[in-house]
Design a binder for this molecule. Structure first.
Ligand code: SF4
Length: 468
């Protein structure tokens, strides 16, 4: 009889070319390598200097997202890309993709978007795969039961050349989420709450498996939001076992298996569950019913409180004090009612159609507060078209929002969409580190509902007040 195994163990073992030893890491086969303009130039240069090809172009997919502008004039008009470094990266990826035979969704491609949004959208992300990308939030794809994680530029070159990766085997961590989320409480609040509970290094060296009734009840968009931020808990990756929700999402997508191959794939994917009796190296239990809308107040995603809560008072903690100084906050202050300058709704965490629908629900028939700038950026061009067809874009524009082309935008301040020094940005992205959205920018992470409600009020607001 074979021993009970976790979902992670099953995927890892199926891809282990050579097992690790005390002295050497394992060699892991990679099914899908996603790449973009920021972490690929150095890797392509390495290939050129060694005279090597990309070993499996058919398992490599490139897009442009991090440094691409989101203004329609720069993407589809004749206005040149304003950020010089971004323009150079875009040109370099076009040249490298052509030279190495890698499929690229270029600037004006209807399938372009954030790398972690378009791969699931295409059906390229599938259960049981190993997926890597030179971006930390590759963990997003774990929502499909894939083992997916971010890699550095040197490793990008290694995967280009060998379609494999040297890896130490991580430990396993069960995140058991019972109960159900209350109205106005979203998957973003759930993952912020989990990070608040286990801490920003609580998952270090582990792969998280999100389990339990509250996880099973989530849509695929919501599962992607949860897995996306696994890295913010320090974890190598996050995974959710595939089920009927996963299969319904994937069926009929352009790169999903079709016909008899589809039936065979689903039969195989159904085995990708943690066996009864399998043990994890660590675990935590969460009651989803107790979670409130959450908001960060500091400079890492673990510095988070329920929206009606107050900033903890930790006098004497130098690191904590430095974070509050950067944010211009003090221990003991309430979060509700604080000033808002900029609101950003987008990113690979919350730039999907359901996120935009949630924002539209709050913004419909309302205007944003005077003095507030609201930027809404779809995760992909496909989502942009869907949001326009559903009428969300009209709602956003009528409310006073700036509606853009897809891209990473304000998730990171490298594409021209930035927050000014000292400004407070209510953001649906995933990182609130110092300077992440621009030099001196102060980022507060929230759900799309909370972001939209705060834009309307011009202050940090509880979305439930606008949902009655
Ligand atoms: S939206 Fe942010 S986290 Fe996601 S891929 Fe872009 S830069 Fe990375």
């Amino acid at each position: 009889m074979t021993a009970a195994r976790t979902l992670f163990d099953k995927v890892w073992t199926a891809h282990e070319v050579v097992a690790e030893t005390v002295d050497t890491p394992a060699i892991l086969y990679i099914d899908l390598h996603l790449t973009h303009e920021v972490t690929s130039p150095q890797a392509f240069s390495t290939l050129k200097s060694l005279g090597l090809p990309v070993r499996r172009p058919d398992r490599t997919l490139a897009t442009m997202d991090h440094s691409t502008p989101t203004s329609t004039e720069q993407v589809f008009g004749n206005v040149p890309i304003k950020v010089d470094a971004a323009a150079k990266q875009v040109r370099q990826l076009e040249q490298n993709a052509a030279e190495f035979g890698v499929e690229l969704f270029g600037m004006r491609d209807a399938r372009r978007g954030i790398v972690h949004v378009i791969s699931p959208e295409l059906g390229a992300t599938q259960p049981g795969m190993t997926i890597v990308c030179g971006d930390s939030h590759t963990s997003t794809h774990g929502a499909f039961g894939a083992l997916a994680f971010g890699i550095g530029s040197t490793e990008v070159g290694h995967v280009f050349a060998t379609q494999s990766l040297l890896q130490r085997k991580p430990k396993t961590f069960a995140v058991n989420v019972g109960g159900h989320l209350s109205p106005g409480v979203t998957a973003k609040d759930l993952i912020l709450s989990i990070i608040g509970k286990i801490g920003v290094s609580g998952g270090t060296g582990h792969v998280l498996e999100y389990r339990g009734a509250a996880i099973r009840a989530l849509s695929m968009d919501e599962r992607m939001t949860v897995c996306n931020m696994s890295i913010e808990a320090g974890a190598r990756a996050g995974m959710i076992a595939p089920d009927d929700t996963t299969f319904a999402y994937l069926e009929g997508r352009p790169r999903a298996p079709q016909g008899a191959d589809w039936d065979a794939a689903v039969a195989r994917w159904r085995t990708l569950v943690t066996d009864a009796g399998a043990s994890f190296d660590a675990s935590v239990d969460i009651d989803a019913s107790l979670i409130e809308p959450m908001i960060t107040y500091g400079t890492n995603p673990g510095m988070v409180v329920p929206i009606g809560g107050a900033i903890p008072d930790k006098r004497g903690d130098e690191v904590f004090g430095k974070a509050l100084d950067y944010m211009g906050f003090h221990g003991g202050e309430a979060m509700l009612g604080k000033k808002v300058d900029v609101v950003f709704i987008g990113s690979c965490t919350n730039g999907r159609l359901e996120d935009l629908k949630a924002a539209a629900q709050i913004l419909k028939g309302r205007k944003i507060a005077p003095g507030v700038r609201l930027l809404i950026v779809p995760g992909s061009q496909e989502i942009k078209r869907a949001a326009e067809a559903a009428g969300y874009a009209d709602i956003f524009k009528a409310a006073g929002a700036d509606w853009r082309e897809s891209g990473c935008s304000m998730c990171l301040g490298m594409n021209g969409d930035t927050v000014a020094a000292g400004e407070y940005s209510i953001s649906t992205s995933n990182r609130n580190f110092e300077g992440r959205q621009g030099v001196g920018a102060r980022t507060l992470l929230v759900s799309p509902l909370t972001a939209a409600a705060s834009a309307v009020k011009g202050l940090i607001a509880d979305p439930r007040e606008l949902m009655q």
